[in-house]
Design a protein around this ligand. Sequence first.
Ligand SMILES: *Cc1c(COP(=O)(O)O)cnc(C)c1O
Length: 319
Amino acid sequence: MAKFIQFSPPYISQQEINSVTKVLKSGWLSHGPLTEKFEKEFAKYVKAKFAVSVNSCTSGLFLSLAAINIKPGDEVITTPLTFAATANVVHHLGAKPVFADICEDTYNIDPDKIEEKITRKTKAIIPVHYGGQPCEMNEIAKLAKENNLTIIEDAAHATGSEYEGKMIGSLGNLTCFSFYPTKPITVIEGGMITTNNKKLAERLKILGRHGISRDAWKRYGAKGSWYYEVLEAGYKFNTTDMNSALGLAQLKRLKWFEKKRKEVFDYYQKELMGLDVTTPTIRPNVKTSYHLYPILLESYDRNKFIDEMKTHGIGTSVH
Ligand SMILES: *Cc1c(COP(=O)(O)O)cnc(C)c1O
């Protein structure tokens, strides 16, 4: 049998291996100058004013909710068609995840259904850009404004995606990206939060780094001062220079990754046409990252289909 085709394998070249080796030999391993550089480069790429690195997108979503003071009794509206992390973090803060149904063409959260779920307890909306296709952000932003809600975009699939000509990461209050190995770029485990709000960016940094007012590497460096204050009981969600070295190398390849993924996407669209499956619909006002190629099975049993694909040497995933 031919080689098994793994679901969404990472692409790591010698360049990534060299960057990581350099960090391992450098004497500074955790959060440091490369992490700050990765934050700056990522913010520039997605055209956001600020980017705050975290050790996963899950941590990023949790931290974003914590930074806007989500607490027990609050409600957060999100989509039922997502990875477990999106709703888990709401639950962990003692708040209630409320599910609004999806659009039939894009599988993204439906703004009309969000509106039906808004109550006096609603504090935030977490739209998920499913498969890399952005949600209808104008409509969601309008609802958020009218009801005084914060939007936290789950952009785990959407590094490089655009909504009406604007980069995902540049639009909302807070946007969380994932760099897990199956995602558009990877640092192994890691994530990024972008925002255009300086106060929020500062709060995310402090809250995600033990509630301490200064970064460790600035304290321990030659020019650092020993002085710091613990401002609140924070979390340890920082990433490392080793992961950031990977991230910097991967970010340089993102355009090329996108081109490759689009080729595969277009090939599937062409070859699956006319078969008894529903292929993805991409709306004309967005650019997708082509992260996933979801198909809807009308008359096959899903589990049987996955097993059949496996016997043909093709890996798939349920999302
Ligand atoms: C992967 C994923 C996450 C979590 O990302 P991690 O970096 O693994 O924590 C969150 N939301 C969605 C939609 C995802 O696919």
